[in-house]
Design a protein around this ligand. Structure first.
Ligand SMILES: Cc1cc2nc3c(=O)[nH]c(=O)nc-3n(C[C@H](O)[C@H](O)[C@H](O)COP(=O)(O)O)c2cc1C
Length: 322
């Protein structure tokens, strides 16, 4: 038996699990591994590097016959990146962080399903207006960029708003307990990011993946200092959750002081990133890293999360006294 939801039916997949389009981390190999194991794998097109996109989309398209998708960061996207991604005929297109309406028509005109990740009710309304086929209600617990609302109250509020449009939960989900809880909140599945970063197939240095295993959710923080150091001008409502390190320890809360020394600190960050010095270079990470015990193949995670959630849901009825 498998868990069937409106999302699995609409997207023609076996498990109600989607791997997040993590920029620079979720390449074609990870997306294909997730899709081949019965979930939906997404390539993380991030800021829209065309060469990177071309290479990774070629990989995923050749490596799976199952549904897969591609995502870009909406506020940073451009027509060239969207059109390049569409030329690979992805079954699913994912937009997050910004107004999806400028790209929605282009995407839907190709018969591609549109999924929009939203961080509050206002962005959920925009996504519905854009004609999204599914929404992802994205809580601040998640790794990487996000906003302020927690998944527990945001998910059911977006579900109520979305009506018949399926909603996935995201932010802080890393095992079957999280998926089962998401379904109880009314979601039709879960989008999972950080847990899939700690996989064999994810792009990323071994040291970063090891940090996801070794650190605790207590060690993470939402900050903008890494975006300042990397010279990304993210809109103010979004911060990024990362593992606290020497760089964030020094500058988080002192952004004005960082601004005053920005060229030197950007050069220091760039140098550290080049040699893999994680005292300075960041690792985006979820509060849910407490639940990550090893770096493993993505297929193991899909199978385990689905089986755990199914077992929990079957057991749930016994909680009610007769
Ligand atoms: C390393 C990393 C990179 C990410 N990059 C992107 C991105 O480029 N675009 C995007 O929409 N979301 C990105 N996200 C956020 C995910 O889409 C998702 O919302 C988040 O990972 C869910 O929370 P979780 O990490 O607790 O599973 C990223 C997350 C991580 C951990």
């Amino acid at each position: 038996m498998t868990i069937r939801t409106p999302f699995t039916t609409l997207f023609n997949i076996e498990h109600p699990i989607v791997s997040a389009p993590m920029g620079g981390v979720a390449g074609g190999a990870l997306a294909a591994a997730v899709s081949n194991s019965g979930a939906l794998g997404l390539v993380g097109g991030g800021y829209g590097d065309l060469d990177w996109l071309r290479r990774e989309l070629t990989i995923v398209r050749e490596a799976t016959r199952k549904p897969w998708g591609v995502g870009v960061i909406t506020w940073h996207a451009n027509e060239a990146a969207v059109d390049l991604a569409l030329s690979f005929e992805p079954p699913v297109f994912f937009l997050s962080f910004g107004d999806p309406r400028p790209y929605a028509r282009r995407i839907k005109a190709k018969g591609v399903k549109l999924v929009c990740q939203v961080q509050d009710l206002a962005s959920a309304r925009l996504a519905l207006e854009a004609g999204a086929d599914a929404l992802v209600a994205h809580g601040a617990e998640g790794g990487g960029h996000g906003a302020t609302r927690g998944a527990m109250p945001l998910v059911p509020a977006v579900v109520d708003l979305a009506g018949k449009t399926p909603v996935l939960a995201a932010g802080g989900i890393a095992d079957g307990r999280g998926l089962a809880a998401a379904l109880m909140l009314g979601a039709a599945g879960a989008l999972i990011g950080t847990r899939f970063y700690a996989t064999i197939e994810a792009i990323g240095e071994a040291q970063a993946k090891r940090a996801l295993v070794e650190a605790s959710g207590d060690d993470t923080l939402r900050t903008r200092v890494f975006d300042m150091a990397r010279n990304y001008d993210w809109p103010m409502q979004y911060t990024g959750r990362a593992i606290n390190n020497e760089f964030s320890e020094r500058w988080h809360g002192r952004e004005n002081a960082l601004q005053a020394q920005l060229p030197a600190e950007q050069a220091r960050y760039q140098a550290a990133a080049t040699v893999g010095n994680y005292d300075v270079k960041m690792v985006w990470a979820s509060e849910a890293i407490d639940l990550i015990c090893e770096v493993e193949p993505a297929a193991n995670i899909v199978a385990r999360v689905a089986a755990e959630a199914e077992a929990l849901l079957k057991r749930a009825a016994s909680v009610c006294a007769s």
